[in-house]
Design a protein around this ligand. Structure first.
Ligand SMILES: CC(C)(COP(=O)(O)OP(=O)(O)OC[C@H]1O[C@@H](n2cnc3c(N)ncnc32)[C@H](O)[C@@H]1OP(=O)(O)O)[C@@H](O)C(=O)NCCC(=O)NCCS
Length: 257
């Protein structure tokens, strides 16, 4: 009955933006905004309504992609309003060559979307040099079988399972943590690195944190530290990972230069 009502209602009366939550992430201090959205209610006019510029590449994409892009950029605009360096400035977040978001000067940030939720994390660049966020739905057994060897080693999976995580949770967490690391480091390295470049080498389940270690070769190539702390949150069906921090001085010089 409800479905029928939704179909006959004019599209404009239905809500694209649902519940919005904004908080300071307790363990990292970064600003987190999540925004539920309804792809079925999407229409291009919402970009103007929500104050988001629609880039040409997005205008050429399918409505589902336009909707998730809009929700992510809307969450970003809300998150940026909390940061002193960008107050009263243009809150648009551009798109880089490799789909990486281009943040206003003085800001680091990251976006993820899954299903009907978009999340954005931002920080002042004075407080963090790198920041990546990722949200994943817990993988099915079939997906686990397909991707396990691509995204992880047996050692990594055993490490997490030994702490009591199911195989599905363990693999989803490894995947999500590595995606957040990729997004965090991409602006510095400008290198599309794969899952084999990092391994989960420690898990502190009680603190909801783990450590990712880069291979020596990759870290040396980009003059980066080898280890990165990732904070995660687990729901019954999803996992969110945030990897952020500051580079030691020498690595920072390389990253900027
Ligand atoms: C790019 C990638 C990380 C996106 O992740 P995803 O799970 O497919 O999708 P998400 O919704 O979580 O994230 C998408 C957002 O990531 C951001 N993103 C995309 N490319 C990015 C890049 N090169 N650098 C930083 N952020 C990027 C964008 O904001 C994008 O949303 P938008 O296009 O609407 O702005 C993923 O598709 C990918 O290519 N992964 C392979 C690389 C990797 O993870 N290596 C592991 C290293 S250990």
């Amino acid at each position: 009955m409800q479905e029928v009502a939704a179909q006959i209602m004019p599209r404009v009366d239905r809500q694209f933006v649902g519940k919005v939550q904004s908080e300071v992430h307790a363990s990292t201090g970064v600003r987190l905004v999540s925004c539920e959205f309804d792809t079925a209610s999407y229409q291009p006019a919402l970009f103007a309504e929500l104050g988001i510029v629609m880039p040409e590449s997005i205008a050429r994409s399918v409505p589902k992609r336009q909707a998730e892009f809009l929700a992510g950029r809307y969450a970003a605009a809300l998150a940026l309003q909390h940061l002193a360096p960008v107050r009263n400035q243009d809150l648009q977040v551009g798109i880089g060559d490799k789909r990486n978001p281009l943040w206003p000067k003085g800001v680091v940030g990251s976006i993820s979307h899954v299903g009907s939720v978009a999340v954005c994390a931002v920080s002042r660049a004075a407080d963090k040099d790198y920041l990546g966020i990722d949200v994943e739905v817990v993988m099915s057994a079939r997906v686990c079988r397909e991707v396990a060897r691509i995204v992880s080693t047996r050692q990594e999976r055993e490490l997490l399972c030994a702490e009591g995580l199911s195989e599905k949770m363990a693999l989803t967490l490894i995947f999500s943590a590595k995606e957040s690391l990729f997004k965090a480091l991409y602006p510095s390295v400008q290198d599309y690195f794969g899952f084999e470049v990092a391994e989960v080498c420690a898990l502190r389940l009680g603190e909801q944190s783990l450590v990712l270690r880069l291979t020596e070769r990759f870290a040396e190539k980009h003059k980066l530290p080898r280890e990165y702390e990732c904070q995660f949150t687990m729901g019954e069906h999803w996992i969110q990972s945030v990897t952020c921090g500051k580079f030691p001085r020498r690595a920072k010089l390389k990253a900027i230069g």
